[in-house]
Design a protein around this ligand. Sequence first.
Ligand code: SF4
Ligand code: F3S
Length: 108
Amino acid sequence: MAFVVTDNCIACKYTDCVAVCPADAFHEGPNFLAINPDDCIDCDLCVPECPANAIFQEDELPAGQEQFLELNAELAQLWPKITEVIAPLSDADKLNGLPHKIDQLIVE
Ligand code: SF4
Ligand code: F3S
């Protein structure tokens, strides 16, 4: 079992989550963070830290967010680990809560 970062992280990337993760499970892309399911120890510590309420346990994903299970696993392989908090993206507060930001996800 692992936790999963979902749509509302996209274009916000607050990174408060990484400060509490005891497993260094987060990986950083240009405008999204992904959790490596092989590293996540299912501790739940990151969930209340996220200002975007974007993190869920894999078996409690909200409707429409199921694709993020696979996406986290894939992107964690592609992107480097992030272990320290950095500044959120500049429009984070403006875009926090906007639905369906998956179209803005940058994969590189
Ligand atoms: Fe890290 Fe725990 Fe969140 Fe998994 S549930 S990503 S181990 S803080
Ligand atoms: Fe994303 Fe929330 Fe972490 S917005 S970077 S999952 S604190």
